[in-house]
Write a protein that binds this ligand. Sequence first.
Ligand SMILES: Cc1ncc(COP(=O)(O)O)c(C=O)c1O
Length: 395
Amino acid sequence: MATANRLEGIGEYYFSTKLREIDELNKQGRNIINLGIGSPDLPPHPAVIQTLQEEAAKPNVHGYQNYKGAPALRNAFKDWYQQWYGVTLNADTEILPLMGSKEGIMHICMTYLDAGDQVLVPNPGYPTYRSAVKLAGGVCIDYGLKAENNYAPDFEALENLDLSKVKLMWVNYPHMPTGQLATANVFSKLVAFARKHNILICHDNPYSFILNDHPASIFSVEGARDVAIELNSLSKSHNMAGWRVGVLCAAKERVDEVLRFKTNMDSGMFLPLQLAAAKALTLGREWYNEVNAIYAERRQKVYEMLDMLQCTYSREQVGLFVWAKIPATYKNGYELSDAVLYESNVFITPGGIFGDGGDGFIRISLCGSLTRFEEAIERIKKTIIETRDAQTASR
Ligand SMILES: Cc1ncc(COP(=O)(O)O)c(C=O)c1O
């Protein structure tokens, strides 16, 4: 069957293909250690699971739900934004719960883009921005993010572009894959840029609690609500990636506009899940500290692995990954990733999947137990490093 034109140039999501290959390798007995994907391996807080169990046992919670989300969940997001981001939102009009922030990316593109509308997308950046723009008929205009500029947008270069057809700009801090935090200055400049050029800034914010003590929202900038939408998520912050709970925050008009699209796509979220998510949002600092202590310990192992591979990296990164520059002995991140996969049975993500700005990099996820990291280090040591040392000795 011929597929629709809109699928032209849209491949299957990289991880979907790669995970299939890893499955095949595992069937051959390879027991691959997957340090690629950012799906938290730790469970949610027990009180969250208990709320889900208790609520799901009730007889009257199984019907279709409100399209705008349960008031309890909207209020919990409101309190969460107030407590952690210092941002006041209206729970009735400015908060729209989502089934994960990924669907929000598509909803925003479908709500605002006409064929040919241009969208600024970060390179490197989360690949879904690019595919959602294309699926909605838009055209991606990459803006490069460079280490020497702290992975902030180069506003001078942006001002030199023809921006007349640019309708949206995707922005994501803490940035994935580079782990870079935004300074308040970057958010202020973005808001001013958006205002000047009548561009809607879409800020995607799922990593602000991971290895970061100062979560920041673009709405902390005066006037941001006139020009920005923010997406957030419980996937990483609360170890609930499989639950699919996220949120869109914006001015009432934007929420209403996105709802026009979204109400045609789904019929609300399972109420017990919403109530359990609301419970998760009430967790205090101990929760974030506990999770982050585990990630910090794992990150030390990742540093060890990267040192062994002669990669270079910043120790100032936050979020669920470590981003590292590969040594000149490899052509690009794909070559290093393949070497580690086929020789050491360890999968790490090549930076090139995030755009050509990531070609010389790799990304390692912190979602694995300490023993998995130790095992991965041993495997790499016994294969790639021993071969390298033997080659050096024979020269
Ligand atoms: C930058 C970024 N945005 C959004 C998402 C999607 O998260 P969610 O699980 O909330 O859909 C991810 C997931 O990996 C991500 O890395």
